[in-house]
Design a protein around this ligand. Structure first.
Ligand code: COA
Length: 237
């Protein structure tokens, strides 16, 4: 359970992407969880669960809690920083992002995590192991993958690379440029908002994709036998 080593990497990178399949894939920025967009958010919840196990589906009985845990904070706090990719009238990819991770974490605790905790204690997610893990993490009895990095390092990364993102693309659409288009749109909006850099945590599989987009490795750590990477991308002026 204990982290076994930490490696710091380079800190600067460029950013250059190509737009592919722009005729068939449309990337759209969401704005709120209300009205017509309720269906979009529902599609994001479902896609998150269909891809939540390193790109493969998680068990159906975990969907309700898992989707809420990973999507609701973005929907409630910064809905305008979530993007969906559409093709053939279906949502085939999403990116949930945030321009200021430090601010997000504070709001998330009071406006999301505490409410979820209350629901867990009221028995809404009985026998759900994700809910049990969430409670243990809130009370500091267990570390999530991001928390295994030394606290000072995580804080520095959040300061130097303030934005972060999570993303997933429907299995049948991977390798078609969808992920690139989502990141490209997010980066463009971050630059317009004056945000200097972005980071994310990932496993080994998508590392090459992020490198391709100009991310460099900032740190990595071995946790429960798997390597977790933190990668960052700093925008050039
Ligand atoms: C990782 C992911 C978001 C990338 O989106 P995508 O639409 O498949 O990526 P793109 O088609 O835009 O790929 C851009 C480039 O990166 C490469 N690439 C994409 N995923 C890759 C991977 N897992 N390993 C190596 N290269 C990858 C593509 O081959 C492509 O290179 P090319 O332009 O030379 O052909 C998507 O594959 C996915 O959802 N994977 C499963 C879940 C996951 O890992 N999510 C990320 C969690 S942090």
């Amino acid at each position: 359970m204990n982290p076994s080593h930490v490696v710091l990497g380079g800190l600067k990178c460029g950013f250059s992407v190509e737009v592919m399949n722009s005729k068939t894939i449309r990337v759209r920025r969401l704005s709120s969880g209300m009205g017509k967009e309720a269906a979009d958010w529902h599609a994001v919840y479902e896609l998150c669960c269909r891809t939540g196990n390193g790109g493969t589906p998680i068990a159906r009985d975990r969907w309700e809690f898992f989707g809420r845990l990973w999507v609701e904070p973005y929907k409630n706090i910064f809905p305008q920083w979530t993007y969906v990719a559409e093709a053939e009238s279906a949502i085939i990819g999403y990116l949930t992002g945030c321009p200021d991770t430090l601010a997000f974490a504070k709001v998330k605790f009071w406006n999301f995590s505490l409410l979820l905790l209350v629901d867990v204690f009221r028995g809404r997610y009985r026998r759900n192991r994700d809910a049990r893990r969430f409670v243990r993490q809130i009370f500091g009895l267990e570390k999530g993958p991001e928390r295994v990095f030394p606290r000072g390092l995580s804080r520095k990364i959040r300061q130097d690379y303030p934005a972060h993102l999570h993303m997933n693309v429907e299995a049948g659409w991977r390798g078609s440029g969808v992920g690139t288009e989502l990141v490209e749109k997010f980066f463009s909006d971050l630059r317009s908002a004056g945000i200097p850099a972005v980071h994310l945590y990932c496993g080994a599989d998508p590392l090459e994709f992020y490198r391709h987009l100009g991310f460099t490795e900032l740190a990595k750590i071995t946790f429960c036998g798997a390597v977790i990477h933190v990668v960052g991308c700093r925008f050039r002026d």
